[in-house]
Design a protein. Structure first.
Length: 217
């Protein structure tokens, strides 16, 4: 039986593969710009996310990520619920033959909102940036900005879209802030025990893979 953290990461990979398929299915439809450009952009973003999750799958299989979550079983259940929702959206998008601007943007909002689970952000810190690429958190920050910017210019389709775009930005920022608060001592402003281990663990794994000499003060 695989470790819960390994199962969580595999589900995250499955979720982003499903999200990529949704945008790929939308790309099959005859869409006006800027919707066609948005779907191509989001599809390309998801391919980058898939690359990051595959990197983490390897780390998990090597047993290097067993202590990431205090309650991994609960996180696994929540991620499996998200995977089921994304799977249903993928199947629905496969059956579509056309879609209007408002419906497409509502589907994008529905899909991306469920992907803002805090556990994803915790796992982002374990990925490393390759030469010329962003970190996973930086990549996802840009991904949210792509969506929010598109919604901010879609007031003609629905006057609430600019508001929802700003809300997505805020949910993303607040989720990141809450994850950080969980790792930082409120009085001193420095990493607590959990935060220290979560921050140092990726560096230790990197040092092991690269055969770096490490010192701790």
């Amino acid at each position: 039986m695989s470790h819960p953290v390994s199962a969580i990461i595999r589900r995250c990979l499955e979720i982003d593969i499903g999200a990529a398929r949704v945008y790929q299915n939308f790309m099959r439809l005859v869409l006006p710009d800027p919707l066609a450009t948005l779907c191509r952009t989001l599809y390309a973003d998801e391919l980058e996310h898939i690359r990051y999750w595959r990197e983490l799958v390897v780390l998990a299989e090597e047993g290097e990520m067993r202590e990431v979550f205090e309650d991994a079983e609960t996180i696994l259940y929540e991620v499996e619920v998200i995977a089921a929702k994304v799977g249903a959206m993928r199947r629905e998008s496969t059956a579509r033959t056309d879609i209007d601007t408002e419906t497409l943007l509502l589907k994008v909002i529905e899909l991306e909102y469920v992907l803002l689970h805090p556990s994803f952000i915790v796992l982002f810190s374990f990925t490393t940036a390759r030469a010329g690429t962003k970190t996973m958190e930086g990549e996802y920050n840009e991904h949210i900005e792509h969506i929010a910017s598109a919604l901010n210019t879609a007031a003609a389709a629905n006057p609430l879209f600019p508001v929802i775009g700003d809300m997505l930005r805020r949910v993303w920022r607040e989720t990141r802030r809450l994850v950080n608060l969980n790792q930082i001592d409120a009085l001193s402003g420095i990493l607590n025990r959990r935060g220290f281990h979560e921050q140092v663990r990726p560096l230790v794994f990197l040092a092991l893979r690269k055969r770096y000499t490490v010192a701790v003060m």
